[in-house]
Write a new protein. Sequence first.
Length: 306
Amino acid sequence: MELNKVAIIGMGPSGITAAIYLKRSGITPVCFEQNDIGGKLNILKEIENYPGYIGDGKGLSEKFIEQIKHFDIDVKKEAVQSINKNPDNTFTIKTDAGSYLFQAVIIATGIREKPFKVPGSEAYFENGISRCAECDANFHKNRPVAVIGNSQEAIKDTIYLASICSPVYLINSTSEYKANQEEVEKLKALSNVTIYNPYKIVGSSGQRLISKLVIENVETKEQKTLDVEGLFIFLGATPMTEFLGYMDILDEKGNIAVDEHMKTRVDGLFAIGDIRNAVLRQVITAVSDGGVAAVSARNYLNSLKK
Ligand SMILES: Cc1cc2nc3c(=O)[nH]c(=O)nc-3n(C[C@H](O)[C@H](O)[C@H](O)COP(=O)(O)OP(=O)(O)OC[C@H]3O[C@@H](n4cnc5c(N)ncnc54)[C@H](O)[C@@H]3O)c2cc1C
């Protein structure tokens, strides 16, 4: 089997950036994408917090694609099914179309938000439904929003939302929190936050945006209607790591653990973007990771020559 230099798995913002950096430094990466190039950008209605760009995700994705075409970067439309490190330190990647051998691999496969269908609405990410406080809180400045979720991240994001939106209704279907008590107490102390516990959403309505939520007490079945302008769903996400098998590179949350050079615990294996142990999951951090990993992978290839 031919030995290639670098594989990039996933062509979202992070993988695309790594590919551009590598190609411009004289290393042609082999890029794999199981779906559309551009990754999650393709489904985002608005891109916020990305300097120099105002518009929808598809538009930004098209600009990224234009750039990889400009640099003649080829993308194989194949799904990676497994990755193994060989005794000679190379990596074998198996896809739904074949097997390949590499000196280094960059994983950029992103995360998949846990699906949740709001009763009464067809939308998952639009019409006032959001998965990202950092991206969308500002749309609802001083306006009422609801939140579902009870994890540590959900509680932290709700506290952040309450600093911009008002009032904020937290709907928790159980009476418990998967968050530390200190954080929960901080949230409870906020005067513009009302917690509905244990409640679930049973209906919604609205013209363009969701404007009413019907919630029901899980125990008593008592119903209430909340006037809102947005709904934030913080139910967590699954990292796209199935193909790693038993490779021991994940942290306790299931994300790939890397250092500041984007190196995993396995030499020659790097991870970038949403899939890694990131503090912030945005386009800007994904592209930053891509640049760093490309330089790290190049340095790694150079170290093999010594
Ligand atoms: C609702 C929502 C709104 C958002 N709004 C914003 C915003 O306004 N501003 C902002 O900066 N960020 C926003 N984000 C976050 C942003 O979309 C992500 O941080 C960014 O897309 C991460 O890029 P990535 O390259 O890590 O992964 P992704 O964009 O998820 O790309 C990963 C790619 O890997 C591919 N892949 C996965 N597994 C395999 C495999 N086995 N084989 C081959 N290919 C594979 C996938 O098909 C996908 O194309 C939003 C996210 C959500 C969910």
